[in-house]
Design a protein around this ligand. Sequence first.
Ligand SMILES: NC(=O)c1ccc[n+]([C@@H]2O[C@H](COP(=O)([O-])OP(=O)(O)OC[C@H]3O[C@@H](n4cnc5c(N)ncnc54)[C@H](OP(=O)(O)O)[C@@H]3O)[C@@H](O)[C@H]2O)c1
Length: 205
Amino acid sequence: MGKPIVCIVAALCPHMGIGYRGGLPWKLSQEMKYFRQVTTSTFTEGKSNAVIMGRRTWESIPAKFRPLKGRINVVLSRQFPSFQREDDRFLSNDLSHAIKSLQDLPVERIYIIGGAQLYTESIDIATHWLVTNIHFNSQNEQPPPVDTFLPRLTHHEEVSPEQLAEFLPSQVELPPLQALQYGNHHYSMQDNFTYWYTLYESQNT
Ligand SMILES: NC(=O)c1ccc[n+]([C@@H]2O[C@H](COP(=O)([O-])OP(=O)(O)OC[C@H]3O[C@@H](n4cnc5c(N)ncnc54)[C@H](OP(=O)(O)O)[C@@H]3O)[C@@H](O)[C@H]2O)c1
């Protein structure tokens, strides 16, 4: 049995913006649904996925929605023990140790779900990035403000939408492929936002 894939899941606007004042800059229901399906669905019955997040991202999730259900939740803080279960989640002060500890559990995939600090530290660890690209289209209104950014992905290359679909379990509902101004992708649209789902793979493996 191979080790679980470590995959980053992030939604980005064009200048790699991901957050504003401790929360998300947008509220996009289809994107939330996609995130839930991706991080929850597995290929193998009886296995679960794990989600690892930084302390600030944990705090940004409304209390009634955390821990994220159907997934093993791991929260990182330098104040926490090395890897310990507390109530309905695991706490850890060390990303590599958390990943190694999860590899001893029946975990199918390990998803790194943010925020900026954790994404940045995981760039060389994650072999895959699931990126939702978010564009704001209105001519009349300003795009939402953003104050938290990611570095550019330099060692990862985008793969085709077909490879994205193969990477995901069949329970994940991708919208139909369309050829629009941003290329051939699985698009969702809401309010003034157009967004589409992509997969990047590490070129270092
Ligand atoms: N667009 C997206 O897809 C997306 C996804 C998730 C989050 N976000 C946004 O990102 C923003 C939060 O990002 P952020 O960078 O401020 O915070 P963050 O990465 O969520 O959390 C940072 C905290 O996590 C702990 N931490 C990080 N790396 C660690 C390590 N290697 N070992 C131990 N502890 C570690 C530290 O906690 P202590 O200070 O307690 O030591 C650190 O202060 C929010 O605006 C959120 O909404 C966006």
